[in-house]
Ligand binder design. Structure first.
Ligand SMILES: C[S@@+](CC[C@H](N)C(=O)[O-])C[C@H]1O[C@@H](n2cnc3c(N)ncnc32)[C@H](O)[C@@H]1O
Length: 253
C-alpha cells in the first residue's frame, strides 16, 4: 500500500515531470516564434527587421528613438498565434482595432489574414507606422488598414462612437509597462470592448506594479490564458467583458 510519503514524493515527481514538459514546450514554441524574425544580410542606410508570415516577408522599419519603434517579441507572439489559429480565430472580414500598434507588425499580419484593421498609437509614432503598414500591405491585402491616433483615455468615445465602431477583436501587444497611463489604457479596453468583442492581448511581464494590471483587468473581463512563455516572460490572453449576468463566450455567440 502506498504511504503518505511515497504519494507526496510521487506527486512532486509528477509535478517536476510536468514542469519539465511545460518548460520544453515553452522553449520549443518560443524558438518557433522567434525564428520568424530575420535581419538584413547587407547593412543599408535604413534600419529594418524582418518577420516571415506564411511565405511572405514583412519588413519593419525601425526608428529607435521612440518606444513604438522596435519589433517587440510580444508582437511576434500574437502574430504567431493569429497565423497558427486562423481557423478557430478567423480574422477574415472582421473589424479589428490594435492599441499601441508601434511599428505595425500585428496590424500587418491581421490585414494579411483578411481583417479590416484600425491601427492606433500616439501621434509621434504614426508616421513610421503608416510607412510600414503601406509598404507591407499594398497589393497584398483585401483591406488596407486605417492608421489613426488613439491616445488612451483621450476623446475615445468622441473619436470612436460605439454605434459606428463595433470591433470584433481588440489586439494589443506589450502595452502594459511602467508608463503612467495604465488606468487610461484599462478604460480604453473597457470602452471599446462590446458584448461580442474578443480581446487578444500579449503581455510582457517585467516588474510590479504594472503586473497588478492583470489582476485589475480580471475584475472587468473574463480572462483565458492562451500561451504561457516563461522563457520570453510573455503570456497571451483572450478576454471578453463581464457584463451583468452575461457570461457567454463571444466565440460561441
Ligand atoms: C512596447 S511598445 C509595443 C509596440 C507594439 N505593440 C509591439 O508589440 O511591437 C508600446 C506601444 O504603446 C504605445 N503607447 C504608450 N503609451 C500610449 C498612450 N498613452 N496612448 C496610446 N499609445 C501608447 C507606444 O507608442 C508604443 O507603440
Amino acid at each position: 500500500m502506498e504511504t503518505g510519503h511515497q504519494k507526496a514524493t510521487g506527486d512532486s515527481k509528477a509535478k517536476q515531470e510536468d514542469a519539465k514538459a511545460g518548460g520544453a514546450a515553452d522553449t520549443e514554441l518560443a524558438e518557433a516564434i522567434m525564428s520568424r524574425r530575420f535581419h538584413p544580410s547587407v547593412i543599408g542606410p535604413e534600419t529594418w527587421e524582418g518577420y516571415v508570415f506564411s511565405d511572405l516577408e514583412i519588413r519593419i522599419k525601425e526608428s529607435t528613438d521612440l518606444y513604438g519603434a522596435i519589433l517587440w517579441p510580444s508582437a511576434m507572439v500574437l502574430c504567431h498565434f493569429l497565423e497558427t489559429n486562423r481557423d478557430a480565430f478567423s480574422l477574415a472580414e472582421k473589424n479589428v482595432i490594435e492599441l499601441g500598434a508601434g511599428t505595425g507588425l500585428v496590424t500587418i499580419v491581421s490585414s494579411m489574414l483578411g481583417a479590416k484593421v484600425t491601427s492606433t498609437d500616439l501621434p509621434d509614432v504614426l508616421g513610421n507606422l503608416q510607412y510600414n503598414v503601406t509598404r507591407n500591405t499594398k497589393n497584398r491585402c483585401k483591406y488596407i488598414p486605417l492608421v489613426t491616433e488613439l491616445i488612451w483615455g483621450q476623446q475615445v468615445p468622441q473619436r470612436f462612437p460605439r454605434a459606428t465602431h463595433r470591433f470584433d477583436y481588440i489586439l494589443a501587444a506589450d502595452v502594459v509597462y511602467g508608463h503612467p497611463h495604465l488606468d487610461e489604457l484599462m478604460d480604453t479596453f473597457d470602452y471599446l470592448c462590446q458584448d461580442h468583442t474578443q480581446i487578444l492581448w500579449a503581455m510582457r511581464f517585467r516588474l510590479d506594479p504594472e503586473n497588478s494590471f492583470v489582476d485589475r483587468f480580471r475584475q472587468r473581463f473574463h480572462l483565458e490564458e492562451l500561451y504561457d512563455l516563461p522563457s520570453l516572460s510573455i503570456k497571451l490572453y483572450r478576454a471578453w467583458r463581464r457584463a451583468g449576468d452575461r457570461t457567454a463566450d463571444p466565440a460561441e455567440l
